[in-house]
Design a protein around this ligand. Structure first.
Ligand code: CA
Length: 227
């Protein structure tokens, strides 16, 4: 899961970032409304954590602009405990959920997962694709009964493909979900991750659409399974 944090308070932001990384998320952090706008366009995160009090543009305005432009990325807003009116305005402007400061990081991670799940049309915490089972909240991946060890980026890539339900994803789109904006990405990095996923979970897992991108293959079967 790729999370964009929009928060000008460095201490709060770095706490959230560290906490979400422990929950197997790829996290980007920006400090202003303008940067939030750019980041959203640039890499289309799975979910956004939006502080309402930003130094340039109001968080509410960033949100309203996104919704007016048809951006449907789930957004969770951060508000002060006593700011009931702001919370209502946030929900009316198109926020999907909110947490009150100070908040518990485990709860925040669970709520973000729920939002991403809902936006992908799923109700359960587990994603299954044939004999492949992925539990995004714990980072667990099982092939049949066998646990498979994936890196954080391999896991993020796999989740993206599973959530896309067979649609072709461009290389750019996939790459954007894997790396922070500040990271210099080697041109073949995506192919390396895809190679590793195929090695670990089977060649058919990811189908290459030449010149277009990649899509999820047919349901994965265990190597020893009788079909
Ligand atoms: Ca703030």
């Amino acid at each position: 899961m790729h999370v964009l944090i929009v928060e000008d308070d460095e201490l709060v932001a770095s706490g959230i970032k560290a906490g979400l990384e422990l929950h197997h998320c790829v996290v980007d952090h920006v400090r202003t409304g303008r940067e939030a706008q750019q980041a959203q366009e640039q890499f289309n995160p799975d979910v956004v954590v939006l502080d309402l009090g930003l130094p340039d543009v109001e968080g509410l305005e960033v949100l309203a602009r996104w919704r007016a432009a048809g951006v449907r990325t789930p957004v969770l807003i951060l508000t002060a405990r006593d700011a009931v009116q702001r919370r209502i305005e946030g929900l009316e402007a198109g926020a999907d959920d909110y947490v009150l400061k100070p908040f518990d990081l485990d709860e925040l991670a669970a709520r973000l997962r729920a939002l991403v799940r809902r936006s992908a049309g799923r109700v359960v915490a587990e994603i299954c694709h044939g004999d492949l089972t992925v539990r995004p909240s714990t980072g667990e991946v099982l092939l049949g009964e066998e646990p498979v060890s994936l890196s954080r980026r391999e896991l993020a890539l796999l989740e993206k493909l599973l959530n896309s339900r067979g649609a072709v994803l461009s290389e750019e789109r996939l790459k954007d979900g894997l790396y922070g904006m500040d990271t210099e990405v080697e041109s073949n990095a995506l192919n390396v991750h895809i190679y590793h996923l195929r090695q670990k979970l089977g060649k058919q897992l990811i189908i290459t659409e030449r010149g277009v991108g990649f899509r999820l293959g047919p349901p994965v079967r265990c190597p020893g399974a009788i079909t």
